[in-house]
Design a binder for this molecule. Structure first.
Ligand code: NZQ
Ligand code: ZN
Length: 387
């Protein structure tokens, strides 16, 4: 096992109707609030009114930044930064999915930085301070509610890049499974795929003798596989939604990578596809991940054998390691297809025109990944298999 440090300061407030605690959670951070949200789902669900009621209850002065796009854009983040500076905002409240939370984090860091917030994504600057932020999560997917990452798209340069810092962890996140009842089927599917992909990035590792980390990862996968289908059958199944929500948080809150070398190549590749075609992150992952698996499994087939047997119940008797591993990969593909995720880039209207550019961008700073280090040619081959 590798040495590691674990840090996570986010207070999770989980359960039905926990929105009633919002006022007291915000109170220590000041009265001037920037409320950040997306395209309107919080208005149609009634959550917007509940949030305002809570903020009015503590005498808050509320400024709003609506319209955060899925795949949030730098230009919109800059609008938020300007509001924070002009209105002397004390605290940022993100109400929505991962995109809204990521935008709020970038605003929090950018508001106290003299340069361009994009600098943080291209490692030209490190976040030194940030406004405090909190979240009310409405979609099980990214884990952004309990981590220090933010992924922003620069639409002008067609780049999608991440920034990260311990200073942009949410101070608190309210997770009420009932707030996810209204998530449509396609976004539920994207969330399921994203959660599973976060586990894959940390599970397919060359680090050996890590039974606890492996079983944590497998338990999250099994929980998502079972409860994902239940949530799709009945969107208002409280337990299914609750199990998905918690799985999403644990998949990317720093629990899984402890002592383990992690990969993240597939996320890097997907971000290049989203950066150009603005597709949903989960949809891109559903297409690319099984092809990444096929491309790399021989590096350590035993890990894929374990995955196939423990997660998908593949019967190993009388089969070679390759056969078992490939059955597990096939089971992954079939599950994604069964729940309605796309299998090819072609289904999303994407052809081979930009593949070279994507592979080039993904490997701009050198090979990516760690289970297998991927060169530009490797990335191109995975993207080509995904067409
Ligand atoms: O904008 P609104 O109207 O709120 O609608 C959203 C949006 O259209 C809708 N939605 C959210 N909650 C809903 C709902 N609709 C009905 N009822 C609800 N309760 O869902 C749509 C998608 O929302 P979005 O926030 O974009 O989805 P997600 O949470 O999957 O976030 C995706 C973004 O997060 C990044 C992705 O790259 C992408 O930009 N990621 C962030 C990570 C992180 N910060 O750690 C890690 C991930 O790997 C990922 O890269
Ligand atoms: Zn992801």
């Amino acid at each position: 096992m590798n040495s590691f440090e674990l840090y996570n300061p986010t207070k999770l407030v989980f359960g039905a109707d926990k929105i009633g605690q919002l006022g007291e959670l915000v109170t220590p951070y000041g009265k001037r609030i920037l409320l950040v949200y997306g395209g309107g789902s919080i208005k149609s669900s009634g959550l917007y009114n509940d949030v305002l009621y809570q903020l009015e209850g503590i005498g808050a002065i509320v400024h709003e930044l609506p319209g955060i796009e899925p795949n949030p854009r730098l230009a919109t983040v800059n609008k938020g930064i300007n509001i924070c500076r002009a209105e002397k905002i004390d605290f940022i409240l993100a109400v929505g999915g991962g995109s809204v939370i990521d935008a709020a984090k970038a605003i929090a860091a950018g508001a106290l930085y003299d340069g361009d917030v994009w600098d943080f994504t291209v490692r030209q600057a490190t976040i030194q301070e940030a406004l405090p932020l909190g979240t009310v999560l409405t979609l099980a997917a990214t884990g952004s509610e309990m981590n220090g990452n933010s992924v922003i798209s620069n639409w002008e340069t067609k780049q999608k890049r991440a920034m990260g810092s311990k200073l942009i962890y949410p101070k608190f996140s309210i997770l009420d499974p009932k707030l996810t009842y209204t998530v449509p089927a396609n976004q539920t599917v994207n969330g399921i795929v994203d959660i599973m992909s976060h586990v894959f990035e940390q599970y397919f590792s060359l680090t050996t003798d890590i039974p606890l980390q492996e079983r944590f990862a497998e338990s999250i996968l099994l929980t998502v596989i079972e409860n994902g289908e239940k949530a799709l059958e009945n969107g208002s199944d409280y337990d299914a939604r609750a199990n998905l929500l918690l799985a999403g948080t644990y998949a990317l809150n720093g629990t899984l990578p402890n002592g383990v070398s992690t990969d993240w190549a597939t996320h890097g590749i997907e971000h290049e596809v989203s950066a150009i075609y603005d597709i949903a992150h989960g949809a891109g992952l559903a297409i690319i991940f099984p092809n990444w698996m096929k491309h790399v499994y021989k590096e350590r087939a035993s890990k894929f054998v374990q995955y196939a047997v423990r997660v998908w119940g593949v019967d190993p008797n009388g089969k070679s390691d390759d056969e078992i591993a490939l059955e597990g990969i096939e089971a992954t593909r079939n599950y994604f297809t069964r729940i309605g995720a796309p299998a090819t880039l072609g289904e999303l209207g994407i052809n081979d025109e930009q593949l070279d550019r994507m592979a080039e961008e993904a490997t701009k700073y050198g090979p990516i990944g760690s289970f297998k280090m991927l060169s530009k040619e490797d990335v191109l081959s995975i993207l080509t298999a995904s067409l």
